[in-house]
Design a protein around this ligand. Structure first.
Ligand code: 6PG
Length: 244
């Protein structure tokens, strides 16, 4: 695993830099005649990335060469305020020219156990395999204050270690059911990219990146990208405790 830490003055600069990186990767894939398989993150942080892509770079990428998946989804319909797909649809998908067949949402309104199986099959269908697991080109991840990532929460690390592609998880506070990629798929990706902003994430991000003594309690610390690349995109507030 190669790890790269990128700290930016503010969230916009972070989002802009990552947007340009994604655009470059999508267009490079297109020149080679293939599409990039990208798993998008849920939560609020990546919202700025999606808006920057839509409002500043909507035509910069040839979206025919991007297949969009989700790293996790709340088990709600797309119109629900909690829907990760719904958030991306509003911020980005409604503003770019991307083929409908390139959008692979987790169908949150379906039975979670059945959808976890279905979605696993959809991922397999569009990806190459390595170590008998799908290889996504890029997995974008957020970081919870409690160190969760995707929908892999403390006390639920069986989802991380599962031999399945997707698992049904339960949010420890709200009890909301989620569908999440498992750790074996996340760590099988070519590039895993964390997006983290805000002072409230400084402690957990610092602990994980500095490999602090408490890092092991955070599920996000299990993300290593194996023989891929692990990148952190942080703003100055979130990155203020990272030691050089
Ligand atoms: C989700 C995300 C989750 C999120 C973190 C950080 O569906 O909520 O996958 O892992 O990335 O909770 O969320 P914020 O970006 O809102 O702080």
């Amino acid at each position: 695993m190669k790890q790269k830490i990128n700290i930016f003055p503010a969230p916009f600069e972070m989002a802009e830099a990552l947007a340009l990186e994604l655009i470059s990767r999508i267009n490079d894939a297109g020149k080679k005649g293939r599409a990039l398989n990208i798993a998008l993150s849920g939560g609020n942080t990546p919202g700025l990335l999606y808006s920057v892509l839509a409002n500043h770079f909507s035509t910069a990428a040839d979206w025919r060469f991007a297949h969009l998946f989700w790293g996790d989804e709340r088990c709600v319909p797309p119109g629900h305020a909690d829907s990760n797909y719904g958030a991306v649809q509003k911020a980005l998908l409604s503003k770019i020219d991307i083929p409908a067949l390139n959008i692979h949402r987790i169908i949150g309104e379906r039975d979670p156990d059945e959808e976890a199986v279905r979605y696993s099959g959809e991922i397999r269908k569009y990806t190459l395999q390595k170590n008998n697991f799908p290889v996504l080109d890029i997995v974008l991840l957020g970081l919870g204050e409690d160190g969760h990532t995707a929908s892999i929460f403390q006390g639920n690390t069986s989802s991380f270690r599962s031999d399945n592609i997707c698992e049904v998880a339960v949010h420890p506070v709200t009890g909301q059911k989620r569908i999440t990629l498992t750790g074996k798929v996340i760590n099988n990706a070519i590039d895993v990219i964390f997006l983290v902003t805000g002072k409230n994430k400084a402690g957990v991000a610092g602990s994980i990146i500095n490999k602090g003594k408490n890092a092991g309690k955070y599920p996000a610390s299990f993300v290593t990208a194996h023989d891929g690349n692990l990148s952190w995109y942080l703003d100055r507030e979130a990155g203020c405790l990272i030691r050089d």
